[in-house]
Design a protein around this ligand. Structure first.
Ligand SMILES: Nc1nc2c(ncn2[C@@H]2O[C@H](COP(=O)(O)OP(=O)(O)OP(=O)(O)O)[C@@H](O)[C@H]2O)c(=O)[nH]1
Ligand SMILES: [Mg+2]
Length: 327
């Protein structure tokens, strides 16, 4: 042991021995390194400290990854929409405006570091939006693709404030493709397995209020507009915000069905939410497990139908149908 170790070094070494966590041990090692006289006699010790620091860094990173795999957003409301796009596209601003809440927004990239779920009211239901950090080759939180994979819908946010918007969008689509996800316009058929997760998507050209936006939007639409439902919107001016809400609702491919007990009023507060193509018998099952088996017929109040018309078990429900179950 070289004789000329300073009191600073010895104190740091004491702390190292007492440290309870990997992060504290790493901190102490850094202080030992700083306090260690650098000369030929301490070369071995320097190398040893470096090796121990490297292995601690690795340990900490692994721990973070483990924690990261648990990054998950509980689904709430009628459906979960992931906001996906490059840095600074205005994802957080959009989430804030659509949900009428405040979300961290800043004029520099990589502002958002954690998934931030918010609820967007739409007519009589709530749709969950998940604001995410950027999808980017420069730097991406590694858990981001996992969150996108489990969402019901992707809102692809493209930045009309950027001259490279087409290339940036292509890059985002490519990163998702590398993570075994393909953005599609419609829900895949149930028995369809393409080897990749097919995610329904709505594309927006964001910041349509900016001066160059119109020309860039034409370019973007030319490249991707026929692949997904597409809209130019602005969080700042409010352009197309209502249309965007409706587009998200339709892309979720759900119907709202209201139940009515015979002789009673319609229960309008809380519609049942069912996937497109659901039938009366599936509605009955959602209301009560036993109803599906006991169901004789139903009456329907809905679109262009004659009020209270009798429908069979296999009638396909439309959005806003009112159903009275008879068992
Ligand atoms: N002109 C204009 N600027 C906008 C609009 N929406 C957002 N911005 C601006 O774009 C910048 C980035 O907004 P953010 O919402 O933080 O962007 P982000 O995509 O969440 O960024 P990261 O979290 O870093 O990925 C901010 O300076 C916003 O004020 C819009 O509709 N029009
Ligand atoms: Mg953000």
């Amino acid at each position: 042991m070289p004789a000329n170790l300073t009191p600073d070094y010895l104190r740091a070494e004491e702390d190292y021995k007492k440290a309870g966590s990997a992060a504290d041990r790493l901190e102490a090692l850094k202080r030992m390194m700083a306090a260690l006289p650098k000369h030929k006699g301490t070369e071995k010790m320097q190398a040893d400290l470096k090796r121990r620091m490297a292995s601690l860094r690795e340990e900490i990173q692994k721990g973070d990854k483990k924690k990261g795999f648990g990054v998950k957003v509980e689904r709430e409301g009628a459906g979960q929409v992931a906001l996906v796009g490059p840095a600074n596209a205005g994802k957080s601003q959009l989430a804030a405006v659509l949900s009428q809440t405040s979300v961290e927004v800043a004029p520099y990239p990589y502002t958002t570091r954690h998934p931030q779920p918010v609820m967007m009211p739409f007519e009589d239901i709530q749709i969950q939006l998940v604001d995410l950090p950027p999808v980017s080759r420069q730097h991406m939180e590694f858990w981001v693709p996992n969150i996108i994979r489990t969402a019901d819908l992707v809102l692809l946010v493209c930045d009309l404030g950027s001259a490279a918007v087409v290339a940036e969008t292509q890059e985002v689509i490519q990163i998702l493709s590398d993570a075994k996800m393909k953005l599609v316009a419609q829900r895949p058929l149930p028995d369809h397995w393409a080897g990749v997760a097919e995610k329904r998507a709505v594309l927006i050209g964001h910041k349509s209020d900016l001066p160059e936006a119109a020309a860039r939007w034409r370019g973007l639409r030319g490249s991707f507009g026929n692949q997904y439902p597409a809209l130019a919107v602005s969080s700042t001016s409010g352009e197309n915000m209502q249309a965007l809400k409706s587009a998200l609702f339709s892309a979720l491919e759900i119907v709202r069905v209201y139940s009515k007990k015979p002789g009673a009023e319609v229960e309008h507060e809380r519609p049942y939410l069912l996937p497109h193509g659901s039938t009366v018998v599936e509605f009955a099952r959602a209301v009560h497990r036993d109803f599906a088996d006991k169901l004789k017929f139903a009456r329907l109040w809905g679109h262009g139908k004659f009020e209270g018309q009798r429908v069979m078990r296999d009638y396909i429900l439309q959005d806003r149908d009112v159903i009275e179950l008879h068992t």
